[in-house]
Every structure is written in C-alpha cells, then in structure tokens.
Design a protein around this ligand. Structure first.
Ligand SMILES: *[C@@H]1O[C@H](CO)[C@@H](O)[C@H](O)[C@H]1NC(C)=O
Ligand SMILES: *[C@@H]1O[C@H](CO)[C@@H](O)[C@H](O)[C@H]1NC(C)=O
Ligand SMILES: *[C@@H]1O[C@H](CO)[C@@H](O)[C@H](O)[C@H]1NC(C)=O
Ligand SMILES: *[C@@H]1O[C@H](CO)[C@@H](O)[C@H](O)[C@H]1NC(C)=O
Length: 706
C-alpha cells in the first residue's frame, strides 16, 4: 500500500474516533469519573520537614495496615517476618518452578545450534512446605559443622532454593554473603577471601567454576549445590578434601538431626551483599536484620495486593531489589513463579519454537524489572510492529498518541486497549497490572511507551544496596516520567549542596543537591572497610544516613528527580558540564545500540561515543547501505556504517533536546559484546567507565584527533 493511502486511512480513523469520543463523552465521564483519577495523579506525595542542613522530605501517606500489623506482632528481624508470613499463609501456594520436560538442540538458520527447553507446568510448594524446608536446611548446615554467626556464601542463580537457603540461614543466625551469579572469577575469589568462609552454596551450572577457583581459596571445605532437573551433577575433578552435598541432602540431614533453631537478634548481620561497584573490587554491604525488616515494611506503602495476584520472579536474588520484592510477596502471601530472562516469553531464546514461555503459563500480575529489560521489550515491540507493514505501524502510533492524551486527563480507553494493545499485553501473559523498575535510570521514552502499550503503571523506584533498596518509589497513579517517586515511609530523603557541581538547595525553581537518605533501612556499612564506611555513612538526629553521590531535585509534590551523578559529570573545555549518564540514557534508545558509553575529555569541547551494536540491526543498516560483507568485525570498521550510526545518534540526541555539546562528535563501533566477564560492565550491567576508557583509549584518541 502506498503512503498516501495509509495517510488517508489514518485520517479517516482519526475523524471517526474524534466523532465517537464526542458522542460517548458523557457516558464515559459518568462511568469512569476521571476527576477522581486526576486528583490522585496530582496529589501531594511528601511534605517538607524542618531541618538544620539541606532540604528534607517525608512521606505524606498514613501507615499501611500491614505495617501496623507487623509492629503489633513485635516483629523486628527478617527471620521473624518470614516465619510469621509462613505461619499465616500455611496452605497457600508460595513458590513455583516449571518442570523441564526435555532439552533439545535446535539448528538455527545460520547453522548454529542452540539448546532449547520444553517446559511443563509450574509445580508449587506451599508456605508450610517452604518453612519446613528452610528450617531443615538451616539445621542441615549445623550437621555439617556450620556454626551460628559464621559466614556462608551463596553464589547461584535465582530459584526457589536460593530463597529457602536464605531463610534457613536466617533461622540459624548465619550471615549470608551474596555474590552475583555473573560475577567474574576474581571478584568471587575476593568475596570468598574477605568473608573467610569455608562453605559455599552454589548450583549445578556454576559448580564447574570451582574446579579452578578452589586452588585460590584453600579454606573452602564444604560445597552445597542445587541440582539440575535433568542431569546429575559430576563431582569428579575437584580437590578430594571437599565435602560435597546437594541441597536436598542438606535438607535431609537437617530433618534427621536434633539441632534447634538459633533465632537472630535485630542487630545481627542478616546479609553481606557484594555489589559490583563500577570501580575496583566489589564491596560487601552489611545489612542487619533490623535494616531488612524495616525495608520490607517500608516497601509495603501504597501496595494494594489482591487475592489473585501472582508475581514473576526472575531478577538476580543477589540484587537487593529482587530480594526485597520476593520477601514482600511472601509477607502478603502472593505466589511467586520463578523464571529467567531466557525463558520469560514465548519468543525467549531458550524456549523451543511453538512452546510457551513462563509468562504465558503463569500469567503474572506483578513483576520487577531493570531498565535494560524494558529497553529490550520496547525495541522488540517496535520491531514486531514495524514488521507488520506501514499500515499497522501508523495505526499503532495513533493508538499510542490517543491513549497517552486520554490517560493524562485521568481517562481509560478500553476499546483502544483491546484493538491496538491486546496482543502486546499477551506478550507478558495478559494479566500484568503492576511493574516496578529500579537499579538504573529508565529513559522517559521507554517508560512512557511501556506504560501505554502494556497498559500497566510502571513504578520507577530509587534505592541503593546501602539503603537496602529503599529510598523512593512512584505510586501507581503517578503518570510522569523521569521521576523516581516520593520518599518511602521508612526513610527521609534530604538534599544537600554540592558546590563543585553547582547544585544548591537554593536553586530556582526547585531545590537541587546531593541525595542523602536517612532511616532504619540504612545499612551498617561496608564489610571490613571502616574508612569507606566513615566516608559515606554517618549518624545524625538519632538515625543513620547515607550519602549517595547522586544528584536530585524535589518536585512540588515531594517526588524526586535524579538529575545527575557526581562521578558522571565532566566539565568541557568551555566550562559546560556534561552528564554522561544523561546523554547515554537519551541516546541509548536507538535500536542499533546494544550498549554504549560516552566519554568526555575536559580539554575538548565535545564528547565521543563507544557503541556495541545490535548484530541484526547493524546488518540491516549495512544492507541498506549496499554492503555485501556483513561480518561484524568488518562492519564495525566501515566508514559508511560509522557515519550512518553517528548521524542516527545525533538525530536522536537532538530529538531528546540535548545541547550541542552533549551530542557525540564521533563514534567508535566495537565488535565486542559487553558482558560482565569482559570486565567492561558490572554484573548488573552498569558501565565501568574507567575499564572501558582504558580498553578503548586508542580509539578515543583517534576519535578526538579526527
Ligand atoms: C501444604 O503442604 C503440607 C506439607 O507438605 C501438606 O500437608 C498440605 O496438604 C499442603 N497444602 C495444600 C493445600 O496443598
Ligand atoms: C586475601 O586477603 C588477604 C588479606 O585479608 C590479602 O592479603 C590477600 O592478597 C587476599 N588474597 C586474594 C587471592 O585475594
Ligand atoms: C584460612 O583459615 C585460617 C585458619 O583458620 C585463617 O587464619 C585464615 O585467615 C583463613 N584465610 C582466609 C583467606 O579465609
Ligand atoms: C539427638 O540428641 C540426643 C540426646 O538428646 C543425642 O544422644 C543424639 O546423638 C542426637 N542425635 C543427633 C543426630 O544429633
């Protein structure tokens, strides 16, 4: 169909829809009462407190009944909280895992062979079963010689055994040290060394890593591994002094033993969470039981959990966001279905063609996400729509615009939802009604797009490992983008001047400054690192505060906007400040970018970009330029391809209203993929700027020279 016909078609639809809107306006108004919604959209979310230094805001909502319930039950450790939940929800479904029916090898078009799964239904454990298993696991650790208050490491992917192991450790006052499953060998050794553990809990998939690691960790004597559903775990080729147990064996040993529980006190260490800092070795953040239980209670604000809610659990449990989310779900008795990013949807890479992904089977109503995942969903939807031709693309764009306009004014658009967005909602199962996102800044485009096309509130939050993931969270009525919501009840959020960066609390129109978080959720400090602890944490007005290094601004309703990061700010030759993170967030939405890092040399007047492109889109672009040889290495070095991509980046930057000096002056395409084991990104896929700069220094020099 040619463009003219498409445009005429869309105009006709536009006209008819406008007419329909006018005629049905009174009916919809009566049914939907949009003025109520409008009030919620514009309500005050936090109020200013008197304070000596800085500007401080406190949550404006009354406490949630659930918070009062826990306070009344006198619960002051996370162990007590989870036990309380299990006793309360006894026979309800707690956690589900899909059965693996078969593993097959699928030959791809390009000749590569991928392993794919045929997965069955979810099989569920109820709360009583989880609690009993955790209790036995904890006692089982005692039978193999583990003492209360003696560290243990967990190094495994997200699965139900992870959570059960954590609960088991809590019951015996064993501090659980968490390491990301994607962490590089060196970082793992560092964690094992620093915590002086002799026992590691890991999984079938990760166990082989220890063949080489063990030589560098002579003190390890015990390894407990979570088994695979299909394969037995080979145990040969390791040092003979290691005592191996499967997860189930430990549970059995615990069942047959007569060790009793050793419940923690509130100031005992619950978790030492290793965060892969963007510079240097990972730091262990010490979280007490008191910290964690307060964070869980803090998150309960504004959660309206329903009877039929189901949670999709797939983010790394070694990340505080997921750990808190899953603990919360347990408190409310929400069933959690475990999943992985590789099996989430029907089109996920490990799902056999024609088989159902986890979302389709589970039909979750709630999930947490990191921006990286939402960016992928965004690009995926756009590609899928574009592949259906210009007609549907235009219709889709019209639907987006139509729904956005009505939503802003407090209306819902049921017919448009059904016609335009029904299929897209199906992608994540079709019942999703709440999505929380955190861990890194979410671009406004992605935020807006996901909210409209999936038809769910996308609640962006802000928090750090050091604040147990808590600081601010948007409520479900908040339709803004670029904000992270108001302070949660458990903590106050304060801004203080950062003179060097020119951010002051006296700034007009709104106060700006470094974000400092204070409350019961603020961690004890960094493990075995008193200097760094002293630098970032302090006690004041009877509570603990943490200086985040992030720069924020308070909106009038008490919500916070993250506008900068101390480390990310570079002053250019003529005195303009460039925020690298902001530029990246704006430009990264280009479908050709898998990952990017911008670099700014303060002796120059522009920035340059290093980009790792998406293979398929790179090929398409090169094909469009008439290139024959589509090998990645070749294309990355090709001048025309480079130019085309640079133009695209500049265009996107201009559309996002970046300043001239914030637009890249040159781009370097790298054929390398940035995964955590390259050392260029952290396990949470945050850029490690320094490592990237060192690795690509030559390319940077050439870009600035050209
Ligand atoms: C929950 O688990 C317990 C212990 O295995 C079992 O006795 C009970 O029947 C289960 N409840 C339901 C509803 O399945
Ligand atoms: C282990 O820690 C000690 C200090 O506690 C340090 O001297 C040593 O270099 C570390 N070893 C490794 C392999 O990190
Ligand atoms: C290993 O164990 C010994 C003896 O308990 C202890 O002194 C040493 O610090 C431990 N080393 C590590 C790296 O944990
Ligand atoms: C259980 O306790 C009894 C005495 O109370 C003791 O004799 C026995 O060895 C214990 N069993 C185990 C498996 O620890």
């Amino acid at each position: 169909m040619d463009e003219l016909a498409v445009n005429i078609g869309i105009s006709i639809i536009r006209g008819s829809v406008a007419l329909y809107d006018i005629i049905t306006y009174p009916v919809y108004a009566l049914i939907q009462k949009p003025w109520n919604q409008k009030k919620l959209i514009n309500r005050t979310r936090a109020v200013e407190l008197e304070t000596e230094e800085g500007v401080c805001y406190h949550n404006a909502d009354p406490p949630h009944p659930f918070q009062l319930e826990l306070r009344q039950a006198n619960i002051n450790t996370v162990e007590a909280a989870l036990s309380y939940a299990c006793k309360k929800h006894t026979n309800k479904r707690a956690a589900g895992t899909r059965r693996i029916l078969k593993e097959t090898e699928e030959v791809q078009k390009n000749g590569k062979v991928f392993k794919k799964y045929e997965l069955g239904d979810y099989s569920w454990l109820n709360y009583t079963e989880i609690d009993t298993m955790a209790e036995n696991f904890g006692r089982g650790l005692r039978t193999v010689g583990h003492q209360p208050h003696e560290n243990i490491i967990i190094f495994a992917e997200t699965r139900v055994e992870w959570m059960v192991a954590a609960m088991g450790c809590f019951k015996q006052s064993i501090p659980l040290c968490t390491l990301y499953a994607t962490l590089g060998d060196e970082a793992v050794i560092h964690g094992i060394n620093e915590t002086q553990v002799k026992h590691v809990i890991t999984s079938h998939e990760l166990l082989p890593k220890f063949k080489t690691l063990l030589d560098k960790c002579p003190n390890i004597t015990h390894i407990t591994y979570m088994t695979d559903q299909l394969q037995t775990t080979p145990l040969s080729g390791y040092k003979s002094t290691i005592d191996f147990n499967s997860f189930d064996q430990i549970v059995l040993k615990g069942k047959d033993s007569n060790f009793s529980g050793c419940p923690p006190r509130e100031d005992d260490t619950a978790i030492i969470m290793y965060t892969s800092g963007s510079t240097g070795a990972p730091k262990g953040v010490v979280m007490s039981h008191y910290n964690l239980v307060n964070s869980i209670i803090g998150y309960a604000v504004g959660m309206d959990i329903r009877q039929d809610d189901i949670y999709l659990a797939y983010l790394p449990l070694a990340h505080v966001l997921e750990l808190m989310a899953e603990s919360m779900m347990m408190m409310f008795g929400v069933p959690m279905g475990y999943s992985t990013p590789l099996t989430m949807t029907d089109r996920s890479s490990k799902i056999k063609k024609g088989c159902q992904g986890d979302c389709t089977v589970l039909e979750p109503t709630m999930m947490a996400a990191v921006p990286l995942i939402l960016d992928r969903i965004y690009k995926g939807i756009l590609e899928k729509v574009a592949s259906q031709g210009p007609w549907l693309t235009k219709l889709f764009e019209f639907g987006l615009e139509y729904k956005r306009n009505w939503m802003k004014r407090g209306w819902n658009t049921p017919i448009c939802n059904w016609i335009v967005f029904r299929k897209i909602r199906k992608l994540l199962g079709g019942r999703l009604r709440m999505l929380a996102v955190g861990g890194a800044p979410l671009s406004s485009d992605t935020h807006d797009f996901i909210r409209i096309s999936l038809g769910v509130p996308v609640m962006q939050g802000y928090g750090l490992t050091e604040s147990c993931g808590c600081a601010t969270l948007m409520d479900q009525y908040d339709l803004s983008t670029g904000r992270v919501g108001a302070p949660l009840q458990v903590c106050d959020v304060k801004l203080v001047n950062w003179e060097e960066g020119n951010y002051r609390i006296t700034d007009k129109p709104r106060p700006r400054g470094e974000i400092v978080i204070g409350g019961a959720n603020i961690a004890v400090g960094y493990y075995k690192n008193p200097e760094k602890t002293k630098e970032d944490f302090c006690d004041e007005d009877g509570r603990r505060w943490f200086r985040t290094g992030d720069i924020g601004e308070f909106d009038e309703d008490g919500s916070v906007k993250i506008i900068d990061r101390k480390k990310d700010l570079v002053k250019l030759q003529f005195g303009e400040y460039v925020s690298l993170g902001k530029v990246e967030a704006a430009i990264k939405i280009s479908p050709v970018i898998e990952n990017m890092c911008v670099y700014a040399d303060s002796s120059k007047n522009n920035i340059v970009a290093i980009v790792s492109p998406v293979q398929k889109n790179l090929e398409d672009l090169a094909h469009g330029l008439g290139k024959e040889d589509l090998r990645r290495e070749k294309l990355c070095l090709d001048d025309d391809v480079n130019k085309a991509i640079l133009d695209e980046l500049i265009n996107i930057g201009k559309k996002a209203k970046l300043q001239r000096f914030e637009l890249p002056g040159a781009v370097y395409l790298t054929s390398e993929l940035w995964t955590p084991d390259t050392g260029l990104v952290t396990a949470a896929f945050k850029l490690k700027r320094k490592s990237i700069q060192v690795k690509y220094q030559d390319a940077i020099n050439r870009m600035y020279a050209s």
